[in-house]
Design a binder for this molecule. Structure first.
Ligand code: SF4
Length: 417
């Protein structure tokens, strides 16, 4: 496990046009319904293709114009706009009110970078959260996106409603270890069972920072609190649980490792289904001391990366960092592909659930923190596909399409009589 493996997370669409039309950032308002013709679907945003026609609104006054060549995903152009024509500024939010040095702030920066590189349109984005320090984070990125700060632990329900009503939304949840592994554990489990198409980030620090640092359910047994108390309860391993429940994308990382976190977020955005990212994020105020297993020092000393990751969007040339005959491909539902270096004897193949769980258990027993892509199942259908829901938002259907005919209604009533 000492040798890092190289992995490219590639997103490709042979049908995609060369350039993606862009939307003027200055004309996007929070919660404003964009015109149908201006919409770009989640998967097409990443692949550079569009659903229907997209609008070119001309000069946005922020350094881009209709004549400006657009950058390809992952590679902003010389004038600083990404492939949908938006500058990095668009992806920022309000100034943080979290403690200076909090790992959550670092994750916010990684999220901003990932959205900018991936080219998400703010009007397509639904930021979801629950309660806790972590759940405040969505206020600090993409201020022009939609957002919903739900009841404690209930973010999955709200996210499910939003995604089922509008299949084109990019649903992006930020939660914490308390919000996910305690009060919201039931909701978390059922979200995974249903494989809702969303990104679910757990900013995991092992304590309740908002209420002065009590142990949360993800604190390791035997770890010490700031006041010297020892945690006597077994921990809940978010990744182990997610894999056990059949989650289709599971990864773990560390807030201080942007090189790993950013491509993981981009790969999670490209994945069609529930993508869980458990990111260890030290609480500098209550859980960054000797005896903590979620402090900066501890994680840096015990972090073992499974792979070196890079996300390669559609337009970008694939720079193969592997020798011929030593790769394997995993094709995702949306046409994207994960290219892996051929793994040697005893190495980890993230498509196998059993070995992924075994690795997590073994690492925990050795006091190691395994980071990287732990498990991926691109075959699993997401909730909207299983329920045969249209990608088109329900709000765009007219009465004629929504109201069943008299015959259809009577047939339905007979069925339930
Ligand atoms: Fe971050 Fe801890 Fe401060 Fe909360 S209390 S903002 S988790 S450092």
């Amino acid at each position: 496990m000492s040798e890092k493996k190289s992995k490219s997370l590639q997103n490709r669409d042979p049908q995609a046009p060369e350039n993606t039309p862009r939307v003027d950032a200055s004309q996007i308002q929070a919660n404003e319904t964009p015109p149908e013709e201006g919409r770009v679907r989640k998967e097409s945003a990443s692949r550079g293709s569009t659903s229907g026609t997209t609008q070119d609104t001309g000069d946005d006054g922020q350094g881009s114009s209709s004549s400006t060549p657009l950058a390809s995903p992952g590679k902003p152009s010389a004038n600083g706009v990404n492939h949908v024509g938006l500058p990095r500024e668009t992806y920022k939010g309000a100034p943080t009110t979290l403690c200076a040095g909090c790992g959550h702030n670092a994750i916010t920066n990684h999220i901003i970078k990932a959205f900018y590189e991936y080219g998400v349109e703010p009007y397509q984005l639904a930021k979801m959260s629950g309660i806790g320090c972590s759940s405040k984070a969505p206020a600090y990125f993409v201020s022009q996106a939609h957002g919903f700060n739900s009841v404690h632990g209930r973010m999955p329900s709200v996210a499910t409603g939003a995604k089922m009503a509008d299949g084109e939304l990019v649903v992006f949840g930020v939660s914490g270890d308390g919000d996910t592994a305690s009060i919201g554990l039931g909701q978390f489990c059922h979200l995974i069972r249903r494989n809702l198409d969303m990104v679910y980030i757990v900013e995991n620090n092992g304590v309740y920072g908002l209420t002065k640092g009590q142990f949360s359910a993800t604190a390791e047994i035997g770890s010490k609190a700031k006041d010297g108390k020892t945690n006597e309860f077994e921990m809940i391993d978010i990744c182990g649980l997610a894999i056990e429940l059949g989650c289709s994308f599971v990864a773990r990382s560390f807030s201080g490792d942007g090189k790993q976190v950013v491509p993981l977020i981009e790969a999670a955005l490209a994945h069609k289904g529930t993508a869980v990212l458990d990111i260890v994020s030290p609480c500098v105020t209550f859980n960054d001391h000797e005896g903590s297993t979620k402090s900066y020092k501890y994680v840096k000393e015990h972090d073992i990366a499974l792979q070196e990751l890079d996300f390669i969007p559609y337009f970008e040339n694939i720079e193969a960092d592997y020798e011929e005959g030593t790769t394997t491909e995993v094709e995702l539902h949306d046409g994207s592909t994960i290219v892996l270096r051929k793994l040697g004897e005893g190495d980890h193949d993230p498509r196998n659930r059993g070995p992924a769980l075994k690795l997590i258990h073994e690492a925990r027993a050795k006091g190691e923190l395994l980071t990287g892509l732990l498990y991926v199942n691109p075959e699993m259908r997401d909730l909207n596909a299983r329920e045969s829901l249209p990608a088109r938002p329900l709000r765009d259907f007219g009465e004629e399409e929504l109201r069943p005919s008299r015959d259809a209604f009577e047939a339905m009533m007979r069925e339930y009589a």
